[in-house]
Design a protein around this ligand. Sequence first.
Ligand SMILES: Nc1nc2c(ncn2[C@@H]2O[C@H](COP(=O)(O)OP(=O)(O)OP(=O)(O)O)[C@@H](O)[C@H]2O)c(=O)[nH]1
Ligand SMILES: [Mg+2]
Length: 430
Amino acid sequence: MNKENVTLEENEQEKEKGTSGLQKRFGRLREGFRKRLLKFSIVSLIGLGVNLAALNLTEFIMYRFDSSVLEYNHQIWIFSFTIIDLVAIAMGIGAATISNYLLNRYWTFGKAKTERVTTQFLKYAIVGGSGAILKYLLTTAFKTAFLLVIHSDRWATVPASAVAFVITVFWNYIWNEVWTFEVAEELPEQPIIIPRDIDFSDVTVITPTFNEGENIGPLLEVLTEKYQGIKIIVADDGSVDGTREQVREFHEKNPGVQLLDREDEPIHGLTISVLDAIKMADTKYYVVMDCDFQHPPEKVGEIVARLQEGYHYVAGERDEIPDWPFTRRLISWGASVIGKFSHWIHRSASCGDVMSGFFGGETDYSRKIIKANPEGFRAKGYKVMFELMKHSSKKETKVGRVGFVFSPRTRGESKISSKHVIEFLKSAFP
Ligand SMILES: Nc1nc2c(ncn2[C@@H]2O[C@H](COP(=O)(O)OP(=O)(O)OP(=O)(O)O)[C@@H](O)[C@H]2O)c(=O)[nH]1
Ligand SMILES: [Mg+2]
């Protein structure tokens, strides 16, 4: 690597030098392992529901045939069954296996090696079959044990099945991980190289603000100091806490920093503010970031470096969100699933973290999208990147990513509210 160049990941690499290659590899695998196991468990629970639904539906339909042949009771060894039972069980297992396979292939093990669906499905079915036998044996064994303390056949079956289910999920997971989907080491992303003397005069940072008096000063300082020549547009919606005055003052000593004062505009909102700023920018690239330091200023350089590699959008993806309460995590996760689904039905560009507000873009490309969809944005919404991507064709648009840690707001007040969730839902399914 050129000595003149620095990478923002150099520190990380230094830290890693002490660890052996094997440890690093194991560490990376283990990191993904927990996530995949959680997803696999969720899929298994969904599978239980699908199984029951398909089984009952088949029974319901078949009983309408009203045929004595179908309802005749067969007895083989200790099993007694009717043809209806057999068909219903087969349909239940079949439906659950197919739905679980698809969810695991595209969700749980989405990044794993892909091979022919038929071979993979066969492997998946073999693992599932072995799991079913294991579950039967375990349930029987645990039930015998539970019967010693719980003297009711039915109540001994419930915990026995539950414990057997958990062990079987783990068994199936391991075999699918190493055999069916052959999960390999997740390779670290290519480090982003930022030349030391890079000029940022072809970049505008856009930051929407509303009453960010405590944050705007420090943000302008950090950005202008760190990135030589960078331009900044503060898109303000009529703050009353001195935000605008600070920007105007800053503009006096650094004309590259501008205030887009939207106080008298008929519509106020984060999305419309950012769109107006994109229209106003006169640089090849732009980067949108919140003003409250939840989007780390040191990542702006990485987004720019990626943009210069030729991406139309570079999404800042939240790899970690420490300190978020469970409910906010849940809402964000749900919104993200809906957002990705919306991108999928729109056959549009997308990224790993569609709900992120930290992103960069090629100015002309975004302007073209905004112009072509004059009614296509929720002005008062919060999800600008999501909407820009929604209107960008999947085929033509190149999307890059930069990971970051989304830390909690330390100064000023949050402006997000439930009305923004409604705005998002309206934008996902117009
Ligand atoms: N121009 C403009 N900016 C806004 C508006 N609402 C919020 N902002 C700014 O948009 C950015 C994101 O808003 P936040 O309130 O931090 O939203 P959030 O990051 O989702 O929520 P927290 O995690 O609670 O901070 C901040 O810089 C706000 O000042 C608005 O209506 N107009
Ligand atoms: Mg915030």
